[in-house]
Design a binder for this molecule. Structure first.
Ligand SMILES: N[C@@H](CCC(=O)N[C@@H](CS)C(=O)NCC(=O)O)C(=O)O
Length: 221
């Protein structure tokens, strides 16, 4: 077998020892996992249920949140936006965040929009699942669902008839959008985004053909 150049061996050694703390249901974790799969970067997924009393996440991330990437020297990197930037910089394979400033800002704005859907969805879900029923606020849940609806409208408008969210190939923008709308299907099937925004569905169906999205589909709810 041909031996690999020294630089490549060092890189592989670094990459193989990375560990991603996360869950199979978190859309932020999915975003990171999809990006790593697209870039053909190896990372060990270490499952942690942040909602359980025996979660160890705060030993690595004082905020108690996943995803959290642990580097080979034990340094922890969070949150998902920082991890995807780091991941994209590790390998030239399939550049997912443009380097040019304006384009980069556009892709990161798509990501912020998608993350905003995840944030609002999680806040609404926690209100329904975490708080005792008599303390739950319908107005709070509706406020969050309103944000999701507005963000979906904006995504659909921005996507239009384009094949991808930004430029003419897959970027972090598509990955983040796919994870956000996939999360809605998983936790909020009552939100009818597929019929309201057929262009988002077209994008989602295309993403679902990719092994990165297939491998990271959340388990049945
Ligand atoms: N902005 C963070 C959000 C991460 C986040 O909220 N993760 C959820 C899981 S979906 C979590 O760990 N929540 C635990 C908590 O809030 O205590 C990111 O992008 O990584």
């Amino acid at each position: 077998m041909r031996s690999r150049p020294k630089q490549a061996r060092v890189l592989i050694a670094i990459l193989c020892s990375m560990k991603l703390i996360g869950s199979l249901t978190s859309p932020y974790v999915r975003k990171v996992r999809v990006l790593f799969l697209e870039k053909k970067l190896e990372v060990d997924l270490q499952l942690d249920n942040v909602w359980s009393a025996d979660s160890k996440i705060s030993n690595s991330n004082p905020l108690g949140k996943v995803p959290c990437l642990i580097l080979d020297d034990g340094e922890a990197i969070y949150d998902s936006r920082v991890i995807v930037e780091y991941g994209d910089s590790l390998s030239p394979v399939s550049k997912l965040i443009p380097t040019e400033n304006r384009e980069r800002a556009e892709v990161k704005t798509w990501e912020a929009l998608a993350d905003g859907i995840m944030d609002a969805g999680i806040l609404a879900r926690l209100e329904r699942t975490w708080r005792p029923e008599n303390e739950q606020s319908t107005a709070w849940v509706e406020r969050q669902i309103g944000k999701i609806q507005k963000a979906l409208e904006q995504m659909s408008e921005k996507l239009g008839d384009n094949a991808w969210c930004h430029g003419n190939q897959i970027t972090l923008a598509d990955i983040a959008v796919g994870c956000a709308i996939g999360y809605l299907l998983f936790r909020f099937p009552e939100i009818q985004w597929q019929t309201q925004h057929p262009n988002l569905d077209r994008l989602y169906q295309k993403l679902l053909q990719r092994s990165s999205f297939i491998e990271t589909e959340p388990p049945a709810a």
